[in-house]
Design a protein around this ligand. Structure first.
Ligand code: ADP
Length: 325
């Protein structure tokens, strides 16, 4: 056990729904364990610029249901240099802060890894990203909400697609990882999913479309933004050129996937991980990400969480293949 008296929490990188629920959990559990707790505004930028304020329990009232982050988030190049990180360290030292919780994705954890190596301030991470691409945890905060947003949007698009007998290419977020694309494809009953992790050849897709055209009133193809054909517009253009008989449309869902009120699942996950992060600091841990694996709380070294590649679930890939005949 380490003697921790005072901690700070920040959100960094891309925002995700449920970050507020995680902030609330960190603040309330810190107070529960008799720690002083500070909020850092705008991520590492606020750490360097000393934009740090003490938070009371009432400051996090009525935020569990809100998307975005009350602490705001930012990208900060200065934190990538040891000099920038030393400024941040100095600000924490002056306030007597002896532990830090960072909520974010792999960039945030990369910065946190360096910071914890260079200073004596322990840092614990909470995975907050809609992409679900961090190794060592089954879920990241915001993923479930983003998935539900995609499903709701695609259901609506399906209504108009069926009315007009159209082929829709719908692009969802996931530059490096197809978690949102695969799960949403299953959930909406998509005719196909193009994922960064799976090499789908253009010829395969064409054959598939031809085979399906006779008995489907509408077709929805989910395209992860990072897949190999260059996104929904490129692949749609190609299909349209080769098959003028198709009534092709494209929809890029974009930033709506990051917003909105977090789902019950994300609120519970964020609450659980927030408490877990504070306990990890009290128990003397550092340079670890809190996660949940097979429904157990786990602590994963930052270097593993950001380095190892998380695989798509093979069973879900098989299910998707079986159900798209
Ligand atoms: P995310 O955490 O969502 O992946 P980013 O990749 O934008 O978001 O990273 C958030 C912040 O983390 C960056 O703006 C920067 O301050 C910090 N960061 C990212 N990469 C590094 C790095 N290699 N070294 C130090 N800090 C980093």
């Amino acid at each position: 056990m380490k003697n921790i008296n005072s901690i700070a929490v920040l959100t960094s990188g891309g925002d995700s729904p449920g970050m507020n629920a995680a902030i609330r959990a960190v603040v309330r559990s810190a107070i529960y364990y008799n720690l002083k707790v500070y909020g850092v505004y705008e991520g590492y930028k606020g750490l360097i610029e000393n934009n740090i304020c003490e938070l009371k329990s009432s400051d996090v009232s009525n935020i569990i249901q809100r998307g975005g982050t009350i602490l705001r988030t930012a990208r900060c190049d200065e934190f990538k240099s040891p000099e920038g990180r030393q400024k941040a360290h100095q600000n924490l030292k002056e306030k007597g802060i002896d532990g830090l919780v960072v909520i974010g994705g792999d960039g945030t954890f990369t910065g946190a890894k360096f910071f914890s190596q260079e200073t004596n301030i322990p840092v614990i991470g909470i995975p907050g990203t809609i992409d679900n691409d961090l190794y060592g945890t089954d879920y990241t905060i915001g993923y479930d909400t983003a998935l539900n947003t995609v499903v709701e949007a695609v259901d609506k698009i399906r209504d108009t697609a069926s009315a007009h007998n159209r082929l829709f290419f719908i692009e969802v977020m996931g530059r490096d990882a197809g978690f949102i694309a695969l799960r949403s494809a299953i959930a909406v009953g998509a005719e196909a999913a193009l994922l960064p992790e799976v090499k789908t050849h253009y010829e395969e897709l064409k054959e598939f479309l031809l085979a399906n055209n006779s008995h489907k009133k509408s077709s929805i193809i989910i395209v992860a933004e990072g897949e190999r054909h260059g996104g929904a517009y490129n692949i749609a253009e190609r299909v349209e050129k080769d098959h003028p008989e198709y009534n092709v449309r494209v929809s890029v869902l974009g930033h709506m996937q990051r917003g909105g009120s977090p789902s019950a699942f994300d609120r519970v996950m964020a609450s659980r991980l927030g408490v877990s992060a504070v306990k990890a600091l009290i128990n003397g841990h550092s340079a670890l990400m809190c996660g949940v694996l097979k429904n157990e709380d786990v602590l994963v070294p930052f270097k593993e969480a950001i380095k190892d590649t998380k695989q798509l679930n093979q069973a879900l890939l098989d299910i998707n293949k079986i159900l798209t005949i």
